[in-house]
Write a protein that binds this ligand. Structure first.
Ligand code: DOR
Length: 443
């Protein structure tokens, strides 16, 4: 494998931004320094002062394979992710069939081999009746176990209290939860149906899938985790109300962590009028005050991880009325650029984005040798160019072919993405082959 020298970069890593050069050799970061001299036959990239970041690690995507390949598949969605600077993804178990045993899990790894543009991990799912498979799970075979403590896309609700308790007691990996209280949501939905019949406006979504439903379920997850000292990661926090349930501070040493998602930081209730079901998702996008509180919670380390919850559906499905339109939106391609808008607005630093979107998921899931600009680590890298980019549907690489950001102009774009030391995105197109590797977990 040839070597590449990136010179004159502004490296962003572990809380620091500094000028430097970085050499890639044999798929790894061989050197970080200043004034590095090119070897003969080495490819030299002049970064011209642009920001060079570790590739982002997205700990929450739905790539739909197997079973819903008409919406998305591992090849198309990982290509979109790499184009957006996301070099690693961890994929959810609500596929068809769902990932409820070791065989289904290994089937996903086989599917990803040779087709995933980014590095990959697959979660094991929980159900009301797969406790034995969870207890027997090899902790090095999955980043974690996903528990739907609220019903969403797919039929994976775990609502048997004894089962939930046993899963929190026995899980051999971190547990990640979707927290929304289903009985509360069902009761609100019935009230809205009584009022509107089948014509419920999508702007009611955050009232039906309410902040109270989020809080109640998150409280339950945290109380179970405290009882059993479980390593718990609560996904997609969407309300200001839940923030008081989490401790501020660095992720190291925390047993209970929180994640929020890019769409909660860029959209709010006012956007339902313009975007309708396109931004219908679970949990729901809530108020502008929630959005600002979530951004502040990232900045002050109450929320530990930023992710996407990339959940593509076809535009035809999204065009259905509120009650039948599925929840979820495609995000991987523009998520990093959307997060960097918060830097442009002075609400976060680039180092904080890197912390939440690369370092933190690597630490939380014990990912081996990724997520940092460190010598010896995998050369998963993204170079950011501060030239504006306007999102057009024609440029969307996700199979569904649309983006909630269509028409948005970002201040930055992804100039290059390297995966395992190989250029995968050159700023205009994918290049080479799908070079993603199976994640290894140091546990
Ligand atoms: O909006 C959502 N979509 N939330 C989920 O929990 C699942 C996801 C999907 O798979 O479509």
């Amino acid at each position: 494998m040839s070597s590449t020298l990136i010179v004159n970069a502004r490296l962003v890593n572990e809380g620091r931004e500094f000028e430097g050069d970085l050499r890639i050799e044999h798929g790894r970061i061989a050197r970080i320094g200043t004034g590095l001299q090119a070897h003969t036959h080495e490819t030299v990239v002049d970064a011209n002062g642009r920001r060079l970041l570790p590739g982002m690690i997205d700990d929450q995507v739905h790539f739909r394979e197997p079973g819903m390949e008409y919406k998305a598949d591992i090849a198309t969605e990982s290509a979109a992710a790499v184009a957006g600077g996301l070099t690693t993804f961890m994929d959810m178990p609500n596929t068809s069939p769902p990932t409820l045993n070791a065989e289904a899990l290994e089937d996903k790894y086989r599917r990803a081999h040779g087709r995933a543009w980014g590095n990959y991990g697959f979660y094991m799912g929980a159900s009301n009746d797969n406790l034995e498979a969870i207890q027997r799970l090899n902790p090095r075979s999955a980043p974690g176990i996903k528990v739907f403590m609220g019903a969403s896309t797919g039929n994976m609700l775990v609502d048997n209290p004894e089962t939930l308790d046993a899963i929190f007691r026995d899980a051999p990996t971190p547990i990640i939860t979707h927290c929304e209280d289903t009985p509360m949501i069902d009761a609100e939905l019935a009230r809205y149906k009584a009022k509107y019949g089948d014509d419920i406006p999508v702007s009611c979504h955050p009232d039906i899938r309410s902040r109270e439903a989020c809080k109640k379920s998150t409280e339950l997850a945290i109380s179970l985790a405290r009882r059993h000292d479980t390593r718990l990661h609560v996904l997609h926090i969407s309300t200001a109300d839940e923030l008081a349930l989490f401790q501020p501070g660095p992720i190291e040493g925390k047993r209970i962590t929180a994640e929020t998602c890019v769409h909660f930081l860029r959209f709010d209730r006012a956007d339902y009028e313009r975007l309708g079901n396109r931004i219908k998702c679970n949990p729901a996008i809530k108020d502008a005050a929630d959005r600002e509180a979530l951004i502040a919670a990232l900045a002050n380390d109450v929320i530990d991880v930023l992710a996407t919850d990339h959940a593509p559906h076809t535009i035809e499905e999204k065009a259905k009325p509120y009650l039948s339109a599925p929840s979820g939106l495609p995000l991987v391609q523009y998520a990093l650029l959307a997060a960097l808008e918060l830097v442009h607005e002075g609400k976060l630093t680039t180092a904080q984005v890197v912390q939440k979107f690369a370092h933190a998921p690597a630490r939380l899931f014990d990912v081996r040798n990724r997520g940092f600009l460190r010598e010896g680590y995998a050369a998963d890298l993204v170079l950011i160019d501060d030239a504006p980019l306007t999102v057009h549907a024609d440029d969307v690489l996700s199979k569904c072919g649309w983006s909630p950001f269509e028409g948005t102009t970002f201040h930055s774009r992804v100039a290059s993405t390297w995966v395992n030391g190989v250029l995968a995105w050159d700023g205009r197109q994918l290049v080479g082959d799908a070079m993603g590797q199976r994640l290894e977990f140091d546990r």
